[in-house]
Design a binder for this molecule. Structure first.
Ligand SMILES: [Zn+2]
Length: 265
């Protein structure tokens, strides 16, 4: 990643105690591995993520809360920087990864995906070479379905889900040096972009785009309160982010397979 982006990240952490405390807490994340149908799924106990994974996402709740990605509602300490033509670079104060940016649309516009957003995603991956750009569909893990955003993360503990398929998670991999060909292939896939997670990375002169088509955002266990698991993009790679201690201790292979089968198409 280029020096300017690293500097921006470092400047934000040194000037915002809440953010730096939450990045420090990442070192305390506990991990427990469970074998599911012969494949390892890692549970990550990360209580700071409750703000996102337990967020109320029904239209009434979304309309009633001030949008945390809009300029006028962002914390005073949060630095921003314009990016490409229509985005703003921010540091995510509630990280999953040790370097975790949010790339928010500069205007308040919905989390809808089309070919122009795909084009932006490919350009972002190129600008952040070696980092991973994530997109959560409006009904597949986005905590701000009303304000368009990507995330950009380093992959120090999870990998681009190219080589690590879980048999109960459906995913499609597109790869190549030609963005127009990737865009064309993406357009020929038929799935609902409201219900998907996307990963994009540029490395060794080529792009890799991984698509996870989804059936739903949250499993039945979330709504009956038995497990507050709310899968977004990273969860689909076999790394479940858990925010409640009791869930972390109790989740077993059968529950995990059932949760993945409910949310993956
Ligand atoms: Zn907004």
């Amino acid at each position: 990643m280029n020096q300017k982006l690293t500097d921006f990240f470092d400047r934000q952490l040194s000037s915002w105690p809440l953010a730096s405390a939450n990045y420090a807490k990442l070192r305390e994340v506990e991990i427990r591995t469970v074998e599911v149908d012969g494949y390892p799924v890692r549970l990550h106990f990360n209580p700071a993520r409750a703000v996102s994974s337990q967020a109320k996402l029904d239209p009434g709740s979304i309309a009633a809360r001030p949008c945390f990605l809009c300029h006028s509602n962002r914390p005073e300490e949060q630095l921003s920087q314009p990016l490409l033509e229509r985005y703003t670079l921010l540091v995510n104060p509630f990280p999953i990864c040790t370097r975790h940016f949010t790339v928010a649309a500069s205007q308040h516009e919905p989390q809808d995906f089309d070919s122009s957003r795909l084009n932006d995603m490919l350009r972002l991956a190129h600008a952040f070479e070696g980092e991973t750009v994530l997109y959560n569909g409006a009904q597949a893990g986005a905590s701000a379905p009303d304000h368009f955003h990507f995330q950009v993360v380093n992959t120090d503990w999870f990998h681009m889900p190219v080589e690590t398929p879980l048999p109960f998670v459906n995913r499609i991999v597109l790869q190549g040096k030609n963005p127009a060909a990737i865009t064309r292939d993406f357009g020929s896939l038929h799935f609902n972009t409201v219900l998907c997670n996307l990963f994009c990375r540029y490395e060794d002169h080529q792009w890799t785009l991984v698509v996870f088509p989804r059936k739903r955002h949250r499993p039945i266990q979330f709504f009956d309160g038995s497990f507050l698991v709310s899968p977004g993009a990273i969860d689909m790679t076999g790394n479940l982010i858990i925010t409640r201690r009791d869930d972390f201790d109790r989740l077993e292979a059968e529950d995990i397979a059932d949760i993945y089968r409910q949310v993956s198409l």
